[in-house]
Design a protein around this ligand. Structure first.
Ligand code: 13P
Ligand code: SF4
Length: 304
């Protein structure tokens, strides 16, 4: 921590000068999560928080689609991305043309796009979802068939939770969560049988089937706080365990995790530069703001 303290102090000073709030995803490094964030959370919590920001500037400590979502929900604010290259394999998996292809294949079926998408894809969708509310949203939609994009694994996991719907999906995946295998988890259980296995729903369904609990990043935090397992394996991004370990000294966090290379592009150094130089403000094409916002707001209304 000593090496981070000068950055944390400088950033917190600049935040006050600029009138900025830092919205940080649960996958940020501990020095960002604990040192400079005003709000931490999963994608849904950060989207809701963005609608409530009064300050003129938002610094999005997360990936690009999260900054776009904040801008869409609160277009009057300056939303800064400390590194514009912080993308997401899911957001890059689908385009508005891909949505049109799915609509042509499944006429009349509603399109649910994960928030991990560009503003253009949100604008072409009927409603968004996050990992925290995907099953709830799919269950609430009219008709027998629901199109889910772009995460095939989230869609397959939701299909199991909502058997009354025919869920069809686009062929996208998260490069962090697709790397876990069911065999990894079986081997781990054989080696350390007293471990509680907790997975994110972007993992393949056979991985989810091996887990004791599956949920969004905030769902994972709540589960650990509630159940206080003696040993926990978080089948997700590595910073999750680091960020909550101090709050749960009685829980031993064990096992492998995967790093998200995009989330890890956001560093204290880049946040400091971002606030100093007011770069880089995220812009969303004017014609996309209203339809993209409608898709996100429908989701927020349905998940209340
Ligand atoms: P959550 O909404 O669960 O935080 O997930 C976002 C994400 O990018 C996970 O990979
Ligand atoms: Fe995208 Fe996966 Fe990284 Fe989340 S963890 S930002 S879904 S690549």
């Amino acid at each position: 921590w000593a090496m981070h303290a000068p950055y944390v102090q400088a950033i917190n000073r600049l935040k006050a000068e600029r009138g900025a709030v830092v919205l940080a995803h649960n996958y940020m490094t501990p020095e960002i999560y604990h040192g400079i964030a005003d709000v931490v959370g999963d994608s849904l919590q950060l989207a809701i928080a963005a609608t409530r920001v009064d300050a003129p500037v938002i610094v999005q400590c997360g990936v690009h689609f999260m900054a776009e979502t904040s801008k869409i929900l609160n277009p009057g604010k300056t939303v800064l991305m400390p590194d514009m290259a912080a993308g997401c394999s899911l957001a890059e998996a689908i385009t508005p043309e891909g949505i049109a292809v799915m609509r042509a294949r499944y006429p009349g079926a509603p399109v649910v796009s994960y928030v991990n998408t560009t503003a253009a894809v949100k604008a072409a969708s009927d409603i968004c979802c996050t990992s925290a509310n995907a099953a709830q949203i799919v269950r609430a939609l009219p008709g027998d068939t629901v199109i889910m994009t772009p995460d095939k694994y989230l869609a397959q996991n939701v299909a199991r939770q909502v058997p009354e719907k025919r869920v069809v999906w686009w062929d996208g995946a998260c490069i962090v969560h697709e790397r876990f295998t069911a065999q990894d988890l079986r081997d781990f259980r054989a080696f350390q049988p007293d471990t509680t296995i907790i997975a994110h729903p972007e993992c393949p369904p056979d991985v989810v089937a091996e887990a004791d609990y599956t949920g969004s990043t905030s769902g994972i935090i709540d589960f650990v706080a509630r159940e206080r397992p003696a040993k926990a394996l978080l089948v997700t991004e590595c910073s999750m365990a680091s960020n909550i370990a101090d709050a749960h000294p009685a829980v031993e966090f064990v096992g492998p995790c995967n790093m998200c290379p995009y989330m890890k592009m956001i560093t204290l150094e880049k946040v400091l530069w971002s606030l100093h130089s007011m770069t880089t403000p995220v812009e969303v094409a004017a014609e996309l703001v209203a339809p993209a916002r409608a898709a996100v707001e429908r989701m927020i209304a349905l998940s209340a």
